[in-house]
Design a binder for this molecule. Structure first.
Ligand code: PLP
Length: 453
């Protein structure tokens, strides 16, 4: 075991204590940080707070972004190459090759259905822009009453005021509630593990939801401009899953009632469930789509909002007030574009669609083993789809209070970073993961169940 120099460790700890404010973290209750020195493939390397060296698998792709793992050569090369040519230029009045090439590639990924591309910086801003597109489209048309959104219960779309408004009114964002705008929340129901793979079963399980969707659209369509959904997996809610028949139903209702279908593929896009976009499982197209996380794959903060030509045409006007008034300083950054081009090329070159099917098979096998093991009585439910898996554990309210922080600490020391969402232990691995590495993650989950619950 290698140790970090004690003086250096103390120096880092002091800076952390005096100057750092982490996201989503109750800083007073937080544990001491792990110091990460480098990453390679699915592994991260560094030191724990006592200075001992640590090595562990990034089982959550560092908040779901590092889809090709760490220190990925082609992505690094893309940055280096672009850096020597043009690092940045204002993205208005000016055009550049990486932005053009990427827009064309993304359009092709949707068979040129989502042919217009609007660049931004992260998932929240991409969703903020998606909402603005839907809302203003109808305002530009003079359909002023269409000014609210349908959202699905338990949704999560980001942390800006707009995206918080579109998300679940959970404890997470509770304090901001008085500042959020009103939307219409549609109660959700989900598929069981079997229901995700059996259409008949899914139809039975989801019948009440499909009927309810009919009712909501019938009742509120006149005031609604768009429905905002995370296709098939609601990530932040705890990897809650529903069958593609729900997407088909929403598409049908959106067509019937002149409402835009807005797919938030910030998490599910870039191949997370197999096809490049999760909506492809349903054989439909949304009208507007947000994509981030896996697109720049952890090498830049970068995002896109894509839409159908019809949406764009709603802004293409002699009236200046019909402009989409949104933009960020780093919009269309050439390096972000170059990385994203390389990441789309990797999706094809590494045959990611088939790799995700393989990971899905491994999940099935390892979850089955877990359920047949001595810790089965501590498991409430399991689910998996594409590269995503979740183990819902039985835990008391009291123990749940510290579960997240305890599990992070325990899992890293045992060889894989697991970061629970409530009582849900989930796996969102880099696509390059090998079977033995995934097995190691399941061994850590077994250990959590055995020793911590
Ligand atoms: C579905 C979804 N939408 C939007 C976001 C927000 O993205 P970002 O954190 O890049 O702002 C997330 C982040 O987890 C997400 O999962």
């Amino acid at each position: 075991m290698v140790f970090m120099d004690k003086n250096q460790l103390q120096y880092f700890r002091n800076i952390h204590k005096q100057h750092i404010w982490w996201p989503f973290t109750p800083m007073k209750l937080a544990k001491e940080p792990f110091f990460i020195e480098k990453g390679e493939g699915v592994y991260l390397y560094g030191y724990d707070y006592d200075g001992n060296s640590i090595q562990f698998i990034d089982a959550i792709s560092s908040w779901w972004v590092s889809i090709y793992g760490h220190n990925c050569k082609p992505l690094k090369e893309a940055i280096k190459k672009q850096l020597d040519i043009l690092e940045h230029v204002i993205y208005a009045s000016m055009e550049h090759e990486p932005a053009l090439k990427l827009a064309k590639m993304l359009s092709e990924k949707s068979n040129h259905t989502l042919s217009r591309v609007f660049y931004s910086d992260d998932g929240s801003t991409a969703m903020e822009i998606a909402a603005k597109m839907a809302y203003q489209y109808f305002q530009n048309q003079g359909l002023f009453q269409k000014k609210t959104f349908f959202v699905l219960e338990n949704g999560y779309h980001g942390d800006t005021f707009g995206t918080m408004s579109l998300g679940a009114r959970s404890d997470f964002h509770k304090v901001y509630e008085p500042l959020l705008f009103n939307v219409i929340h549609i109660p959700m129901s989900y598929s069981s593990e079997m229901g995700m793979f059996d259409e008949q079963l899914a139809k039975q399980e989801l019948q009440p939801l499909l009927k309810q969707l009919d009712n909501y659209f019938e009742k509120f369509h006149k005031e609604v401009c768009g429905i905002v959904i995370e296709p098939l997996i609601q990530g932040a809610a705890g990897m809650l899953m529903y069958h593609p028949i729900v997407l088909k139903k929403i598409r049908e209702l959106c067509d019937n009632y002149n409402i835009f279908m807005i797919c938030d593929e910030v998490f599910t896009g870039a191949g997370r469930t197999g096809p490049y976009f999760a909506y492809e499982h349903a054989g439909i197209y949304p009208d507007i789509l947000a994509l981030s996380k896996g697109l720049p794959a952890g090498y830049a903060t970068f995002a896109v909002t894509m839409c159908k030509e019809k949406v764009y045409q709603g802004f293409y006007s002699d009236n200046k007030q019909h402009t989409l008034f949104h933009g960020h300083s780093m919009t269309g950054n050439p390096i972000g574009c170059a990385i994203s081009i390389s990441s789309i090329e990797l999706y094809e070159q590494l045959d990611i669609k088939n790799k995700i099917s393989l990971i899905e098979k491994w999940h099935k096998e390892f979850l089955e083993e877990l359920k047949q093991s001595s810790v089965n009585h501590k498991i409430k439910e399991t689910r998996y789809f594409g590269s995503v898996a979740a183990v819902v554990v039985k835990i008391s309210k009291e123990a749940l209070k510290t579960f997240n922080l305890e599990v992070i600490d325990f899992s890293v020391k045992n060889g894989a970073l697991i970061r629970p969402l409530g009582n849900i232990l989930y796996i969102v691995p880099p696509y390059i993961i090998e079977k033995m590495e995934l097995k190691k993650i399941y061994e850590v989950i077994f250990k959590i169940l055995k020793e911590m619950l």
